[in-house]
Design a protein around this ligand. Structure first.
Ligand code: KIV
Length: 271
């Protein structure tokens, strides 16, 4: 591996560190990862926080929504990610509907995530109606990142993946999440001026995805950033590479060389 984790040498980023970064005016970088090799590269590149997102349902499992991810599946992926990471804070999505079954069950689910994967925080979608759960998890010692605006687990209720413009509702959700004890909040697909207003109002860091440049930090789905996902990407995605094309070209070359008898040559054979 290009980057070998240096356990015990590097200081891990913590949830309070992200709040301190907001206060210091230092932008927070966050990316998703779902497995050991990519988490190792993401961490080695210096990202502050890694989200084991339920977006894995779409970019790893090939499903249409995030709804089918199970608690066992997310723990399986989070454990691989955490094993690779030396510095970043590892945050794990609470899969649908683990945070909607009462505070007791939410603590049980988050407890399994932290104990079995060794990740340090969870993220859940919701604001006002999740305030009790956020407070319960926080008082149990679980750092919680909230997620408001476009909430992919609500795709059927919202009628698709659309920009969310109900300013009052989003402001109330964000305020409720902060008051309940969330240490940070993802703002997904909301107008940039609203995200800027929230970032000024809240004392916890805002992490934007499709929420403009004024947030305290940004998050992207790694497979979108790397250009691995086929098909058109949402407007807020910036692909920094086209690895999908590169990977396919490499595989095509391999197939051709096998067919032509060029691979393996002497350099890849034993005497
Ligand atoms: O699951 C995920 O990747 C997310 C990000 C889009 C924030 O929730």
């Amino acid at each position: 591996m290009p980057n070998q984790p240096k356990r015990g040498v590097t200081k891990r980023v913590t949830a309070p560190d992200l709040i301190a970064m907001k206060r210091a005016g230092r932008k927070i970088s966050m990316l998703t990862a779902y497995d050991y090799p990519l988490a190792s590269l993401v961490d080695g590149a210096g990202v502050d926080a890694i989200l084991v997102g339920d977006s894995m349902s779409m970019v790893v499992q090939g499903r249409q929504t995030t709804l089918s991810v199970t608690l066992d599946e997310i723990i399986y992926h989070a454990e691989m990610v955490e094993r690779a990471v030396a510095r970043a804070l590892v945050i794990v999505d609470m899969p649908f509907p683990t945070n909607h079954l009462g505070v007791h069950n939410a603590i049980a689910a988050a407890g399994r995530i932290l104990k079995e994967s060794r990740a340090q925080a969870v993220k859940l979608e919701g604001g006002v109606e999740q305030a009790e759960v956020i407070a319960g998890l926080s008082s149990a010692g679980v750092p919680v990142m909230a997620h408001v605006g476009l909430r992919p687990q609500n795709v059927h209720r919202m009628g698709g993946y659309k920009v969310q413009r109900d300013e009052d509702h989003i402001l109330q959700d964000a305020q409720a999440a902060e008051e309940a004890g969330a240490f940070g909040i993802v703002l997904e697909c909301i107008p940039a001026p609203l995200a800027a207003k929230l970032t000024k109002t809240l004392s916890i860091p805002t992490i934007g995805i499709g929420a403009g440049p004024e947030c305290d930090g940004q998050v992207l789905v790694l497979h979108d950033l790397l250009g691995i996902v086929p098909g058109p990407a949402p407007r807020f995605v910036k692909a920094y590479a086209q690895l999908g094309q590169d990977i396919q070209a490499a595989i095509q070359r391999y197939c051709q060389e096998v067919r032509d008898g060029e691979f393996p040559g002497p350099a890849h054979s034993y005497k």
